[in-house]
Design a protein around this ligand. Structure first.
Ligand code: ZN
Length: 71
């Protein structure tokens, strides 16, 4: 499935979200997550529109998942 993200001010499409299936991890065409390991505003807006209020585990970089005993 593919979803378009449209700027609320200019009404211009700014990104596309690809979702392989309903439970799959959404991927944005801006590639911010793959380049910086930070979920982009497009994916966050998409998840919010789907009623998902917490960030899925796939979007949290392993570096930030370390528990205190791993230091
Ligand atoms: Zn994006």
């Amino acid at each position: 499935m593919e979803f378009s993200v449209v700027c609320m001010f200019t009404q211009v499409e700014c990104a596309k979200i690809h979702c392989p299936h309903e439970q799959g991890t959404p991927v944005c065409t801006c590639r911010m997550f793959s380049s910086k390991s930070i979920p982009c505003r497009h994916v966050i807006a998409f998840l919010t529109s789907q009623g998902i209020t917490s960030l899925p585990n796939e979007f949290i970089c392993d570096r930030w998942k370390m528990t205190p005993h791993e230091y």
